[in-house]
Design a protein around this ligand. Sequence first.
Ligand SMILES: C[S@@+](CC[C@H](N)C(=O)[O-])C[C@H]1O[C@@H](n2cnc3c(N)ncnc32)[C@H](O)[C@@H]1O
Length: 279
Amino acid sequence: MESNAITLDSLLNKVYQDGRQDFREYKRGTVVRRLERRLQSTGAKTYLDYMQFMDAHPEEYQRLSDYLTIQVSSFFRSTYAFQQVASLVLPELVSYKKDQRQPRLRFWSTACARGEEPHSIAILLAQFLGHRLSDFNTSIYATDISRHALDDAQAGLYPPKDVEALPPIILDNYFTRQSEGYAVNSNIRQMVNFSYFDLVSTTAPPFTSLDCVFCCNIPIYLQKQLQERVLEMLYNSLAIPGYLILGETETLTSSLCEKLECIDTKAKIYKKNGRGDNV
Ligand SMILES: C[S@@+](CC[C@H](N)C(=O)[O-])C[C@H]1O[C@@H](n2cnc3c(N)ncnc32)[C@H](O)[C@@H]1O
């Protein structure tokens, strides 16, 4: 068992050094389960065999990364959370921006998979602001480490099964039926900027002064210390006031509990109001 763990460490170190992706502090259970499947597919019997396979097939690093990360998502994945963002976050945020004469709205979807989450945010904003949308300079940054997922996200074209659960009013207003599926309308797509960013690669946020950061269904895959580092980085990316939204099954790390105000326990919406910065 011990030597297996050591070999797994060596394998993850190799992926970090040669493949430039760091899964060393992802939860080991998920990593081991997913790795087993990859070993089987490549015919490797041991981690050592697999490391040799990687040397002979460098494209395996990207494939492994796609195996270890799970790109499952959906539009308005947590209906309740999106409803609560619309009723608790947006009214306050928009009225604050108006009072401050600051017509900028900056959102970040930190693990955007194939774009379902940032496109849902864009639709939510378009619905909420209506004709006032053009009064705001709106940016939705959307990042991920899966280059395949980012390519799909950028294309903004989804198979019918991905949109069948959406209310017809959303489908009719924000998507266009094409022969290959449903395309997100260009006015919505233009609100989203996709790029590659690895959440575990640095403690410096790539964006700052953000009004709202979504970090959903990614912390659950990370070990506690890494969760803490990532969430602290996201905290630093927020403006004051700024909102952090986690996935339904995720919890805030204890250090951030003191710094963020919980706005909705079930929807996992937290507000930075600056109170924790002197703690
Ligand atoms: C289960 S999906 C969640 C998608 C979306 N946030 C949602 O809640 O539906 C997890 C996403 O996290 C991405 N991911 C995993 N590790 C990452 C990292 N270190 N940096 C950025 N994205 C990462 C995966 O590629 C995948 O697209």
